[in-house]
Design a protein around this ligand. Structure first.
Ligand SMILES: NC(=O)c1ccc[n+]([C@@H]2O[C@H](COP(=O)([O-])OP(=O)(O)OC[C@H]3O[C@@H](n4cnc5c(N)ncnc54)[C@H](O)[C@@H]3O)[C@@H](O)[C@H]2O)c1
Ligand SMILES: [Zn+2]
Length: 368
């Protein structure tokens, strides 16, 4: 079992990865769970149908009773109605300020459970037990949120978990699309931090379907990148924005198609190709690298063709909702070189020009 420490101004916790992580309920997390008057497990319905037994058996072995609340699978769990039903569940089962929650699911379940934990009786501790690859990004760092009809992640807070326990066996049931989605965030972590690591991923013909051992060590590297950034900028005043690489266009594409139609990471992959292209003008990224990245994404079955018939004008309103917009201007995370991100204001005209350049490069590199 591997572990690393995340130390922010407000808290300090461990992220563990390995097949034995749930044994930690009997050791490292025994005190937290035994001292709690109630333990609530909030589980994603699909993740629970495959794997909940592993978690429940480990809790039982540690002598910890729990109440189970099953959530709708995926993004639906982040609705205001689902959020309120979680609070009602806790109240009806007499949870108090001395209670603890456990999130068992992907990023959606983790974001929801974290926000419920942040707000129930003004805040109780929670553990993250992620079940998706993407959650190597979302479970670390303490951002929690739910969606509003007006937009995604619009209501939330910063609330760091008490610990994060990754069990790699749980990833074996993920659909390929969800694997691709999570691995896009891994590539993002490589691109913003380390040229050599980026190269090794681009050259790995197994990508994105790694064996459990390779996956564990790659995820650990990704988590380390996230942890380093969060430690220095817990509340996103500066460098935490680098984690947004590829997300300005990515989020716009995701919103344009309707959330869930093309997965988050698939949209981020398109957004990263765009950011690399912009980085040719503002940094030292070469057109050859961008084209190589496009071919790599295509070979790894990311649906870059999805945007070929989409006009820039249809995406611009979504891009303008980006949290990085400053004085009405779009701000992008770009790369000076591989591993060296910076933020840059870019005019709408240049954004439009580069967008159509991206479309022509995709047409040139991808068999459609
Ligand atoms: N808090 C953050 O810093 C942060 C960062 C990135 C993303 N996010 C959020 O994370 C969410 C996306 O996370 P996600 O990609 O994990 O999506 P998800 O939680 O919606 O899970 C994706 C799908 O996989 C299913 N699933 C989960 N575990 C499974 C398993 N082991 N086997 C089979 N199916 C399984 C789910 O039921 C769902 O249908 C978004 O809501 C996004 O806003 C948050
Ligand atoms: Zn993302």
């Amino acid at each position: 079992m591997e572990q690393l420490k995340v130390k922010t101004k407000t808290s300090s916790y461990h992220v563990h990865i390995g097949k034995e992580v749930y044994d930690l309920f009997s050791t490292e997390y025994k005190e937290l769970l035994h001292n709690a008057d109630k333990v609530g497990v909030f589980a994603d319905a699909t993740a629970a149908s495959y794997h909940l037994e592993k978690l429940e058996q480990a809790l039982k072995a540690a002598g910890i009773a729990h109440e189970l609340h099953t959530l709708p699978a995926g993004e639906e769990s982040k609705s205001p109605i689902s959020f309120m039903s979680c609070h009602s569940f806790l109240l009806q089962h007499n949870f108090t300020r001395q209670s603890v929650l456990i999130a068992f699911g992907g990023g959606a379940c983790g974001d929801l459970t974290g926000f419920v934990a942040a707000t129930y009786m003004r805040g109780i501790p929670f553990l993250q037990c992620p079940t998706t690859i993407l959650a190597h990004d979302s479970a670390v760092g303490g951002k929690t949120a739910i969606n509003m009809p007006e937009g995604k992640n619009m209501v939330g807070s910063f609330h760091q978990p008490a610990g994060v326990l990754f069990h790699p066996d749980l990833f074996t049931t993920l659909p390929k699309r969800e694997i691709r989605s999570g691995m896009a965030e891994l590539i993002k972590h490589a691109l913003i931090s380390d040229a050599e690591w980026t190269e090794s991923l681009l050259l790995n013909s197994d990508f994105p379907y790694f064996s459990a051992d390779v996956l564990s060590s790659e995820l650990l590297k990704g988590i380390q990148v996230k942890a380093n950034i969060v430690e220095q900028d817990e509340f996103e005043q500066g460098m935490r924005r680098f984690l947004n690489f590829g997300h300005t266009l990515g989020h716009a594409v995701e919103a344009y198609f309707g959330f869930g139609k093309v997965s988050h990471g698939e949209c981020v992959m398109i957004g990263m190709a765009y950011s690399l292209l912009l980085s040719e003008s503002f940094g030292d990224i070469t057109p050859e690298f961008t084209e190589r990245f496009i071919r790599f994404a295509d070979h790894s079955s990311y649906p870059l063709q999805a945007i070929l018939d989409v006009d820039f004008s249809a995406l611009l309103p979504f891009m303008k909702k980006d949290k990085k917009v400053s004085s009405g201007q779009l701000v992008f995370v770009l790369l000076e070189s591989l591993g060296n991100p910076f933020t840059q204001k870019v005019s709408e005209k240049q954004c439009e020009h580069s967008y159509y350049e991206l479309i022509s490069r995709i047409k040139g590199e991808v068999q459609t």
